[in-house]
Design a protein around this ligand. Sequence first.
Ligand code: SF4
Ligand code: SF4
Length: 433
Amino acid sequence: MAFDFNATDFYDPGSYAKETSRIFDICNGCRLCFNLCPSFDVLFKRIDELDGEMDKLTDKDTKKVVDLCYDCKLCFPKCPYTPPHKYMLDFPRHMIRGKAIEAKKHGVTLQDKMLSRTDLLGTVSTKAAPIVNWTMESKPFRILMERTIGIHRERNLPKYSSQTFRSWYKNHKKSEARSNAEVAEKNNRREDSPKVVFFHTCSVNYNDVDTGKAAIQVLEKNGVQVEVPPQKCCGMPYLDGGDIDNTKKHAAYNLSQLAEYVKKGYDVVSPGPSCSYLMKQDYPMLSQNPDAKLVAAHTFDMMEYLAKLNKEGKLSADFKESQGNITYHLPCHLKAQNIGFKSRDVLELIPDTNVEVVAKCSGHDGTWSLKKENFKMSLEVGKPLFEKFTDGTAAASDCPLAQLQIEKGSGAKPRHPIQILRDAYGLEQDPKE
Ligand code: SF4
Ligand code: SF4
């Protein structure tokens, strides 16, 4: 049976155990994912220890495999047995089901509760950003955080911005200083000009505001009409902690905001690969509302959308500055979207710009590597990627968490490809309004 978040036996331990045996048995016969992540490594080693006697695998063995899954999704596009194959195998979502059953049984952990409240943390922290950022750097506070909520003391955390993206955008829209840009925008805009709803993501709203500014600048430069309706976290951090109810609530809220625009001809564009993945792939599985499929069909990752504009002959080639050599990390949640190398394709439109793609997992993966029990392993997972970022070449990644992880592992400071494109157009960096 296909994976179903809404199945009546979703939380039933017996049904879960039966499905686990079925999936592990198929994987044991296949082993294609043997070197993909710690989950498969532990699973196959344990099966070998048991001389292949699958019925000797215990609940503890299963829990270990589940806990080690960081939901990178890489096993899904690789697997020959995913739907519509008759095996209907969905390894990553089955891992999420394991976490969800655990959370239902024992309650969502304090750690996962804290890590998933991105909107609450962001709203509070941006109001006192300098103090919060300073405190987050302080060793005694990090030790306290590690002891109380289990965030590893050496995990580099994103800095909070004093101004949210939403507040910048509000000023940007009404600023008189924008009149020149508006004239240019209107000249560019035709009746049939493209229209998008910008799903900014929590990371852009509270931490990496400049990526959001660059996205708006580039979209406006290309005559795209942009709307930024109210929105909440996509729900991915809740899913990471097995909190399906809250993931569904967030999906329902965002769908209620986005669907009306899609019905009026807008596309949804997001600069966060995990968020665009969730909206495209999981919203239609989480929500039984037909709007979920509609929104998913019209959702694009930021650079995927620009590649689409280029294909339609609507992307400006008015580049002012070449960008030289760029080492670009393809995030797992973009790879899993099966859309090719859209960021590379768009960046290589800039004259004298060469992009080397590195498609390796950073090991950060949502909230997984923040946890003290996973942090060291996450750096091991990311090692082959970090090695590609040590030669001083300009670095890029679409994923804000992979950016942090690459910085931690190599010292390079990757930027979102949209920031590089904004520079190539010669547009102002970090505009105030
Ligand atoms: S989603 Fe990623 S971490 Fe989880 S089992 Fe698949 S490859 Fe491993
Ligand atoms: S997830 Fe699919 S490809 Fe990977 S080991 Fe299992 S059956 Fe094979």
